[in-house]
Design a protein around this ligand. Structure first.
Ligand code: FAD
Length: 454
């Protein structure tokens, strides 16, 4: 059997995966379709091109989950982080980089690596044999998308993100909201109280619709919209179709009784549904939106109970190819139906440069370890890496699975710490301390190590 690892896609995830695997002693071939085949977002033929913002977001490893992922990747000798540090631009607490020299340096590091070979070709089929990582990203080429859909079933591969905003449970005001499923449906108490409801009276509803109509929205990129209007209309588009549309759609008030005001019938109700097994995150049902982030927080905080809401992620709709990973991938990121194939990066249902690179790092290490005959244990759930991979390969609700940023809502609670806003600083420090310890231990226990530096 061949010992070569083939990596399809030399973006954030593919580049990091190649670096990790090659440093562990495995021969790697990267198959990158650019510049021969283009996407609507990439401009160059370089590996690890940043398609939009030039920021890797917060670099605070004590109080921020993205900063913690930076820390974990640095500790694992990550190529993306090392190169970002070398091309860093002043940006306050954020890790912003000079994008062109950054991508050129990642490309050079891999091109010059003795165990890496880069082929510029498009892959359009899932191979039968050999070891493969597919890291083709949100803009996976059409031919390959079809091949993946043929293998997984089209229901398990999405081509658009229609993301409803996700709220931290402990930032919701439960003196206004309540738990109840419509018409108390369900066999068990958990099912009968599966939804969190936020009521609106008529004035609140009218003000909310006014705010939606005037809010700032983002536009689609050219060529991005094909096939999008199937059942995932943005809430502001629904509001434009008529002021009552939302009240007869995702905000319908029927089958619900507000226990705080049992004699008053709500005029409209916003429903939130649990988004993870831990019960720390709730998504706002049917609230996919193209509102800009600033406008979105302002408008959503008009919802009674969400005045102080903290968002684990905001809503959006854009072109994004991703798998239903909770059903399709095992905890080694292998396709259950074809274990010779791993997936990594945004296509696995994480979102963002940092998260995608992180999943590349894990996939590269796991694939190399397997080829070398010493499979790795899954990363600890208390690390940021572990929390993220656990979420996409098992912790998330498969039925409503949408791409996820790393955030503290994915972490198991630390016992004995205060909840709510006041305790947040101590809580985040406790999460990050615990994560660093867990990650260091896992790295030390991984028999094989990626030791070479840029
Ligand atoms: C328009 C747009 C804007 C975005 N803006 C941001 C942002 O500002 N900040 C942020 O953090 N994230 C942003 N993202 C998300 C971002 O794409 C990902 O976070 C990150 O680039 C994903 O990394 P990846 O390695 O999974 O995919 P990519 O970095 O996209 O890499 C995938 C690679 O696979 C190649 N490829 C695709 N199909 C094939 C094939 N069949 N054969 C061979 N090669 C193939 C592509 O050419 C590409 O080089 C944006 C995404 C899009 C689409």
């Amino acid at each position: 059997m061949t010992k070569t690892l083939h990596i399809v896609g030399g973006g954030m995830a593919g580049s990091e995966a190649a670096w990790q695997a090659a440093n562990m002693g495995v021969a790697v071939v990267i198959h990158e379709m650019r510049p021969k085949v283009k996407t609507f977002a990439h401009r160059t033929g370089d590996l690890a091109e940043m398609v939009c913002s030039n920021s890797f977001r917060s670099d605070d490893s004590e109080q921020n989950a993205v900063g913690l992922l930076h820390w974990e990747m640095r500790a694992a000798n990550g190529l993306i982080m090392q190169t970002a540090d070398r091309h860093r631009l002043p940006a306050g607490g954020a890790l912003a980089v000079d994008r062109d020299p950054f991508a050129a340096a990642v490309t050079a590091a891999l091109r010059d690596h003795p165990r890496v070979h880069i082929e510029y070709n498009e892959i359009t089929a899932l191979p039968e044999g050999g070891h493969w990582i597919f890291a083709t990203g949100p803009l996976t080429s059409a031919g390959l998308g079809q091949a993946i859909a043929a293998e997984t079933g089209s229901d398990a591969l999405a081509f658009f993100d229609a993301i409803a905003p996700i709220v931290y449970f402990d930032s919701i005001d439960m003196s206004q909201a309540w738990m109840q499923s419509r018409y108390d449906k369900g066999e068990t108490e958990a099912e009968r109280t599966a939804y969190l409801n936020c009521p609106m009276d008529r004035d609140q509803y009218e003000a909310f619709i006014d705010a939606l109509l005037v809010a700032d929205k983002t536009q689609f990129h050219e060529g991005e919209t094909a096939g999008y209007f199937d059942g995932c209309l943005p809430i502001e588009v629904m509001a434009e179709r008529g002021r009552e549309t939302l009240r007869f759609g995702p905000m319908k008030p029927v089958g619900l009784t507000n226990p705080h005001r049992p004699d008053e019938k709500p005029y409209a109700v916003v429903q939130l549904r649990r988004d993870n097994a831990l019960g720390t995150l709730y998504n706002i049902v049917g609230f996919q939106t193209k509102m800009k982030y600033g406008a979105q927080t302002e408008v959503l905080r008009m919802i009674p109970g969400l005045e102080n809401a903290q968002f684990a992620r905001l809503g959006g709709i854009h072109r994004n190819t991703f798998l239903n990973s909770p059903t399709l991938l095992d905890n080694q990121m292998r396709l259950r139906s074809r274990p010779n194939i791993r997936f990594a990066g945004q296509i696995t249902g994480v979102e963002g440069y940092v998260e995608s690179s992180a999943m590349g790092l894990l996939a590269g290490r796991m694939a190399a370890a397997e080829i070398l005959g010493q499979p790795l244990a899954p990363p600890p759930q208390d690390s940021a890496m572990g929390a993220l991979i656990h979420h996409i390969t098992g912790g998330a609700e498969a039925k409503t699975f949408q791409p996820m940023n790393v955030n503290f809502g994915l972490f198991r609670p630390v016992d004995g710490l205060k909840g709510g806003r006041r305790g947040r600083k101590d809580r985040y420090k406790a999460y990050t301390d615990r994560a660093k310890e867990a990650w260091k231990t896992w790295l030390e226990q991984s028999v094989l190590d990626a030791t070479q530096t840029v």
